[in-house]
Design a protein around this ligand. Structure first.
Ligand code: ADP
Ligand code: MG
Length: 476
């Protein structure tokens, strides 16, 4: 039977403010447990929350980045539930009136086409504390440092039709929040957590099928595997005569399967009501326009510009705009050397491989962008060949100085003196009469042998074009 897969995502992204959403407590990650939750975060009697203006501006920035409606008036509500990591008994969130309304993002598919995915809403809320099950024998530890940390929950339309589309969408949101600087997107630290809702239906059917929800996925790989597993499970259930039950399930990456957590019958009744301690959030045009001027160039726009302005292929432009830091690095190299294509090749080739091998992010590159640009300039002005440049790059990587210093210290300057090269070519020809005869007798592939000999004699420093031309002339 044919099945259509329907997927919607809820993404919690932690906003990169210095203090909490309703208090002045710090949001720094990794502090000793329970040292960063204040009376407001704990909801102790007699305290009042004060909304963090920076968190609001970040939410608006996101709304503008996805071309969404920004609500002129939105409301904070209490979502009531009991859990050990939520001692005040409610989470402040937005319910009926979120700050960001309908928007959209474009995702690129494997076949080169794009699809638009709708964003239903994005709302501000506070995070809860954290239960720690691993460090304690027979007990659970509670760390309330995270309580009150600002989150933006981004809810999509059920617009995705495969695991790959779900991943492409999640990656796109991740890329956007990092580009616009509202979140570090660090998945290990829980700054970007995904809940995925999945259902199946027959193609052509307009009603949605019953969905299950998989909570708290913290990697794109787990997201993809969880969806693939869950789709198969639902198909098996339906095709063997059963029905999908609406429930929350947990994905277990160790076993690569999903398990039921709670069904709809046990679902919480959150008794939402407007928080009486907080006024409605009113946003005026001035604020929206001020935030608009802070927006950087967005990834899609930057990718097209890299194609039109720098002449890069769509693929290269995509790779080099993956993060804002990488795109900035590339543009600095391109500007420093004046050849965007050469810069693109080196940044996505030699440099990316070295970073990958060392497990480093572009921001931690031992070779700074202007220095890489300086190296490429020496290829372009024929001081060194591309091959020698790789040697120079390695030396720069290990801290031997900039390109000119390495070329000088190691004596790598290319030999472009035709007379000098000609002399070596003559010596090589004289020393290998047998090969010369075979070559002239039609064994054309021996040409590489002669090039190799000349390069060997010059430690790779002879200008390759000149070597080729001279050998052709003398052997021909
Ligand atoms: P809830 O209030 O339980 O969180 P929502 O209606 O807000 O439910 O939907 C949450 C997410 O689930 C949204 O991303 C939405 O697109 C998605 N979703 C809703 N119904 C379905 C369905 N039948 N199949 C797949 N995804 C769905
Ligand atoms: Mg939900």
């Amino acid at each position: 039977m044919d099945w259509e897969v329907v997927i919607g995502l809820e993404i919690h992204t932690q906003l990169a403010t210095r203090s909490k959403i309703f208090s002045a407590a710090s949001t720094t990650y990794g502090a000793a447990p329970n040292t960063q939750a204040c009376a407001v975060d704990l909801g102790l009697p007699g305290v009042l929350p004060v909304l963090n203006g920076q968190a609001v501006r970040m939410a608006v920035r996101f709304g503008l980045a996805i071309d969404a409606e920004i609500a002129r008036r939105s409301v904070f509500a209490r979502k009531n539930y009991f859990y050990p990591d939520l001692p005040k008994g409610y989470q402040i969130s937005q319910y009926e009136l979120p700050v960001v309304g309908r928007g959209r993002v474009e995702i690129a598919l494997d076949d080169g086409t794009t699809r638009t995915i709708g964003v239903t809403r994005a709302h501000l809320e506070e995070d809860a504390g954290k239960s720690l099950h691993e460090d304690f024998q027979g007990m659970t530890g509670i760390d309330l440092n995270r309580a009150g940390t600002p989150l933006l929950e981004i809810v999509s339309e059920p617009d995705m039709r495969s695991a790959r589309e779900a991943v492409a969408y999640a990656r796109k949101i991740h890329q956007i929040v990092r580009y616009i600087g509202i979140s570090d997107g660090n998945m290990q630290e829980g700054s970007f957590r995904m809940d995925v809702n999945i259902s199946i239906r027959h193609p052509g059917e307009t009603r949605l099928g019953t969905r299950t929800e998989l909570k708290n996925l913290n990697s794109f790989r787990f997201l993809e595997r969880a969806v693939l597993y869950e789709v198969e499970r639902q198909i098996d259930v339906v095709e063997s005569g059963g029905a999908v039950v609406q429930e929350t399930r947990l994905y277990d990456p160790d076993r690569d399967e999903t398990r039921s957590m709670r069904s709809k019958e046990e679902a919480n009744d959150y008794r939402y009501f407007p928080d009486p301690d907080l006024l409605p959030l009113v946003i005026d045009d001035d604020l929206i326009e001020a935030v608009r001027t802070e927006l950087p160039e967005l990834p899609d726009a930057r990718r097209s510009r890299f194609q039109s302005e720098h002449g890069l292929s769509e693929y290269d432009a995509g790779v080099l705009t993956a993060s804002r830091e990488l795109a900035d690095y590339f543009e600095t190299v391109a500007e420093a050397c004046g050849d965007a294509k050469l810069a693109a090749n080196w940044v996505s080739g030699e440099l990316a491989a070295a970073l990958n091998k060392a497990g480093l992010d572009i921001t931690a590159s031992p070779v700074a962008a202007p220095d890489l640009g300086g190296l490429l300039k020496r290829i372009l002005d024929n001081t060194i060949s591309g091959k020698i440049a790789k040697q120079v790059f390695e030396a720069m990587w290990t801290g031997e100085g900039d390109a000119d210093a390495v070329i000088e210290a190691r004596g790598l300057k290319q030999i472009t003196d035709t007379g000098a090269i000609e002399k070596i070519v003559d010596e090589v020809i004289a020393a290998n009469p047998g090969q010369v005869e075979q070559y002239r007798g039609g064994k054309a592939k021996l040409f590489g042998f002669f090039v190799g000999q000349v390069m060997k004699a010059t430690q790779g420093k002879a200008n390759p074009q000149q070597v080729n031309a001279l050998l052709k002339k003398k052997l021909g």
